[in-house]
Design a protein around this ligand. Structure first.
Ligand SMILES: *[C@@H]1O[C@H](CO)[C@@H](O)[C@H](O)[C@H]1NC(C)=O
Ligand SMILES: *[C@@H]1O[C@H](CO)[C@@H](O)[C@H](O)[C@H]1NC(C)=O
Ligand SMILES: *[C@@H]1O[C@H](CO)[C@@H](O)[C@H](O)[C@H]1NC(C)=O
Ligand SMILES: *[C@@H]1O[C@H](CO)[C@@H](O)[C@H](O)[C@H]1NC(C)=O
Ligand SMILES: *[C@@H]1O[C@H](CO)[C@@H](O)[C@H](O)[C@H]1NC(C)=O
Ligand SMILES: [Zn+2]
Length: 290
């Protein structure tokens, strides 16, 4: 039926000067064959893990990345449900509209996974350095992240959320595989686009910046991680309670509850003083090269 219509159209057009082009376009079969290729041909739905990772390493990185998706997915769902009227949202992003936050998480949840690679060899010879649990390869390979052995010893699973003394305000964001790998994904252009960056330096900054709607909070890697962890803790792990901890410089401290807020003392990893110039050292001693 469709074909018949086309033939009629071509016949009608024969007299017109464009008839040659029309006939060419209507070569039997040609356009239909092209359409057999789906628009998303070649889509990658699982994060690629390099052949240098053995079974043990691969299993843990894959499970960690699954938890990254789980963490990001809930964060997105929370914002989709409540928008910027959520108290939790406002704690991290003030009165800013929710588009960027939803997008940053959805890219990880639903976006194509093909633009990155996690590897377990140590091509830049960085893993021997004290406290290095992994690193972005930076200029050496912008789409690649190395996971060092320390990760397997220290990272926790999301089902330990709010346990083992962890709370959001005082705990390091890299306590969990989920948030650590989210951070590492955002360093790679396929997920961070150079747009997700590091502005805040402490948890206090996160909260202070949210109060005056600082725009960078919606594309700050740490703020996104803190929000996702807090939402997971409050909504999922310990419903309606969570484990927010306390902000150390609470000006409005009505009751001086002394919560010796020693930032991530338990995590105390030696600050890598010998970090190359292009690397940034986070509060908790995690170095990422950028
Ligand atoms: C994988 O490599 C790690 C680090 O070299 C090692 O500790 C572990 O035993 C290896 N696992 C297997 C199954 O070979
Ligand atoms: C990760 O999630 C995918 C999709 O849900 C699943 O097929 C896979 O088995 C999971 N892998 C691990 C290591 O949990
Ligand atoms: C939500 O975002 C809109 C648009 O920026 C803003 O006008 C509004 O005040 C915000 N609402 C809350 C509760 O923060
Ligand atoms: C990139 O490779 C060079 C040469 O091997 C190395 O010195 C440098 O530390 C590497 N950069 C990163 C970010 O690892
Ligand atoms: C918001 O407050 C922080 C800390 O008080 C300050 O550093 C920053 O410049 C402020 N930003 C805006 C947009 O007002
Ligand atoms: Zn970083």
């Amino acid at each position: 039926m469709f074909k018949a219509l086309l033939i009629t159209a071509a016949a009608t057009a024969l007299a017109a000067p464009t008839s040659v082009q029309l006939e060419t376009r209507q070569q039997p079969g040609a356009p239909f064959q092209q359409q057999l290729t789906g628009w998303n041909e070649g889509a990658v739905s699982n994060f690629p893990i390099h052949s240098s990772c053995n079974s043990t390493q691969r299993a843990q990185i894959a499970a960690g990345l699954n938890e990254t998706i789980l963490l990001a997915e809930h964060a997105k769902e929370h914002v989709l449900r409540w928008g910027n009227s959520s108290e939790l949202y406002q704690k991290y992003f003030g009165e800013l509209p929710p588009f960027q936050v939803i997008g940053a998480f959805d890219l990880v949840v639903s976006g194509d996974k093909g633009g990155v690679l996690f590897r377990c060899d140590d091509p830049d010879n960085n893993c021997h350095q004290d406290g290095w649990a992994g690193h972005w390869r930076g200029d050496n390979a912008t789409a690649e992240t190395v996971i060092c052995d320390l990760s397997y010893e220290t990272r926790r699973w999301l089902n330990s959320m709010c346990g083992l003394g962890y709370n959001i305000a005082e705990g390091a964001t890299n306590t969990f595989w989920a948030s650590d790998l989210l951070h590492r994904l955002y360093h790679m252009p396929a997920f961070g686009y150079g747009h997700i960056e590091h502005v805040v330096e402490t948890y206090d900054d996160v909260i202070e910046f949210a109060k005056n709607n600082t725009e960078t909070n919606v594309h700050d890697s740490d703020v996104l991680q803190y929000f996702a962890l807090d939402a997971y803790a409050y909504d999922i792990a310990v419903p309606g309670v969570g484990c927010p901890g306390e902000v150390s410089s609470s000006e409005s401290s009505e009751s001086a509850t002394t919560s010796s807020a020693t930032p991530s003392a338990s995590q105390a990893s030696t600050q890598t003083s010998s970090a190359p110039a292009e690397c940034h050292t986070h509060d908790d001693g995690v170095v990422h090269c950028s």
